[in-house]
Write a protein that binds this ligand. Structure first.
Ligand SMILES: Nc1ncnc2c1ncn2[C@@H]1O[C@H](COP(=O)(O)OP(=O)(O)OP(=O)(O)O)[C@@H](O)[C@H]1O
Ligand SMILES: [Mg+2]
Length: 585
């Protein structure tokens, strides 16, 4: 066996394997260098998703010719003056990005310091390819061409220019959010695709993520034990099928951190369906000694000294922010859009047809409010009660009737409110159980005769394994033979319930949660499943007193604006919108 020292070129190429995975990662490194150099503006140009060309020009400090030569050498950096990587505040610190990129592409580095002339150095796949004077304004310009052209192993894993472009755009957005004070432009294949003026963080985030966030976003700002969390998250009802708009920053560094993503998910648990995802831009600021940024060559992962504290801050902080906003629901504005409501023409036609078919004269009462009434099996099924109670200042108003035994129609001072009774009640039961749980033992209702429920053996095993937790929620069970369990009590909040159905669902829930999820998160899920069973089903006729009681309880219950699956529990049509529908405004 002969051991040898590898040539520099090969070392750089090996490092490039970790640092430069695709055009987007090279682009990220170049933008970070520009930001570290104190640029106030960064101009980016890409061709074919960065496969043909990546160019980043900045107006930062620039480099002298000697500095440029050094910059292209491995382990040469200006960013660790004190030889300590615990105190890093710059994006870069490893001194390997430029030589790594230069080893797998044709790279041209041009730079000029304020009081000097410009210089150019070219490198072709790690080999010097000439240098000389260059004309450029103070700052630095880096061109990377033909990335991975000569590295077939890597080339194979590249995707189409379109998806490489998408990854590049994402990298630009992340860094643009991290440094809202810097102006950014991005051109792709000769077209300007992004122009961002220097701005404050919230404006920058809204410009990049979603303008809708000004209506559907919740501002976050909390401080605990020297950790600070700021940013914006979306209302649970404003969610997406992909978790692609979640941006997390630690001390301004964009990171892709499992802990942070998990904490975000935990904060929304039971406010949002499991296959839906919130939009978020969260900035976590922690003392430098609390976080290690030297975990991964691409510098996108970090390690916290006290991960539990970080998770606690995020889950707690977001939960509080969500609670404070729990009355708001993103569906309100949507509901106010005329598309959700019959227009004058269809409205008249529907009513006339209905009255013709049913022999009941058309009247502009509750029945005709939503065209969808026609779609219900048992339409028309509205009940309108005499207006016994005057309109009061209750935000959700006074119940006026029930439609299709599913929706409560209420009149508020400022408009018409429709409540999905099952969704709303399910939420209330869950919150009731939670509130009871926080104060100690959950009130339980013992069954006069314990009920034996037969289930699959694996399901029995699962329930038996969770018996202690379930007991704390008021559901006392014990194993009763290989394929059955005995139920001794159920949570009092449930009232009459289908015990077998509840256990079936719980067993499925526990099976699904089998992974490494924290106990509290699990309990939340299980509680949500139990709550669903204790809820007023759609299709149950309610008295006016019952409806009003539900409305009043919703008003004082946290998070009652959306059901356990993230759908809105109520919508409101303001007087202004009603007038618009009738052309009065
Ligand atoms: N756009 C730029 N403007 C001014 N100086 C630059 C620029 N890009 C690179 N440099 C200089 O070149 C050095 C090497 O850059 P390189 O990206 O290889 O390493 P780094 O940024 O120090 O660390 P890392 O490998 O973590 O990015 C930097 O430390 C910096 O001094
Ligand atoms: Mg760098």
């Amino acid at each position: 066996m002969s051991i040898r020292r590898l040539p520099t070129e090969l070392i750089n190429r090996i490092a490039a394997g970790e640092v430069v995975e695709r055009p987007a990662s090279a682009l990220k490194e170049l933008i970070e260098n520009a930001l570290d150099a104190g640029a106030t503006g960064v101009a980016i140009r890409l061709s074919a998703g960065g496969l043909e060309l990546i160019e980043v020009a900045d107006d930062g400090s620039g480099m002298t010719a000697d500095e440029m030569r050094l910059a292209l050498e491995r382990h040469a950096t200006s960013k660790l003056p004190g030889d300590s990587i615990d105190q890093v505040t710059s994006f870069g610190f490893r001194g390997e990005a430029l030589p790594s990129i230069a080893s797998v592409s044709r790279l041209t580095l041009e730079s000029r310091v304020r009081e000097g002339d410009g210089w150019r150095i070219a490198v072709d796949h790690g080999v010097p390819a000439g240098e000389g004077p260059a004309a450029l304004p103070p700052g630095t310009r880096v061109r990377v061409e033909g990335l991975f052209d000569k590295v077939p192993a890597r080339r194979k894993f590249l995707r189409s220019p379109r998806s490489e472009y998408a990854a590049c755009l994402d990298a630009v957005k992340r860094l643009a959010m991290a440094r809202s004070d810097v102006g950014v432009t991005l051109d792709h294949d000769g077209k300007r695709v992004l122009t961002l003026q220097p701005s404050e963080p919230p404006a920058r985030v809204a410009a990049i993520l979603a303008h809708e966030l000004d209506r559907h976003g919740i501002g976050v700002d909390c401080l605990r034990d020297g950790l600070r969390l700021t940013g914006v998250i979306s209302l649970p009802t404003f969610n997406r099928g992909l978790a692609d708009r979640q941006y997390l920053f630690v001390n301004s560094r964009p990171v892709k951190d499992r802990l942070l993503v998990g904490a975000l998910r935990a904060a929304y648990r039971d406010l949002i369906a499991r296959d839906r995802h919130p939009i978020a831009a969260l900035f976590l600021d922690v003392p430098l000694g609390e976080v290690d940024v030297n975990v991964h060559p691409a510098k996108t992962e970090v390690r916290f000294r006290d991960p539990a504290a970080v998770r606690g801050l995020i889950v707690g902080g977001l939960r509080r922010a969500l609670d404070e906003e729990s009355g708001r629901s993103a569906a309100r504005e949507q509901a106010a859009a005329p598309v959700m409501w019959t227009s004058g023409a269809t409205y008249d036609e529907t009513l006339t047809r209905q009255s013709r078919e049913s022999g009941i004269p058309a009247f502009a009462g509750v029945t005709g409010v939503a065209e969808d009434v026609r779609l219900f099996d048992h339409a028309p099924a509205a009940r309108a009660e005499p207006a016994v109670e005057p309109v009061s200042s209750h935000p959700l108003g006074v119940a006026r009737g029930q439609v299709a035994a599913t929706y409560i129609v209420a009149e508020a001072e400022d408009g018409l409110v429709i409540v999905d009774q099952h969704a709303a009640h399910e939420r209330l039961v869950l919150e009731r159980m939670r509130a009871a749980g926080e104060g100690g033992a959950v009130p339980r209702q013992s069954l006069l005769i314990p009920e034996v429920v037969e289930l699959d053996e694996p399901d029995c095993d699962r329930l038996e394994g969770a018996a202690a937790d379930l007991g704390e929620m008021g559901l006392e069970i014990e194993r009763f033979g290989p394929a059955s369990v005995l139920v001794r009590s159920v949570p009092a909040a449930l009232g009459q319930t289908d015990v077998k159905g509840l256990l079936d669902d719980l067993a499925a829930e526990i099976a699904e949660l089998g992974g490494p999820i924290g106990l509290t998160d699990r309990l939340d899920h299980v509680a949500a499943t139990i709550a669903c069973h204790g809820s007023v089903r759609a299709g149950r006729v309610l008295s006016v007193a019952e409806m009003n009681a539900l409305l009043r309880e919703m008003e004082v219950t946290p998070r009652s604006g959306q059901c356990n699956h993230g759908r809105p529990t109520w919508v409101k049509l303001g007087h202004g919108e009603i007038e618009k529908l009738f052309g009065r405004k």
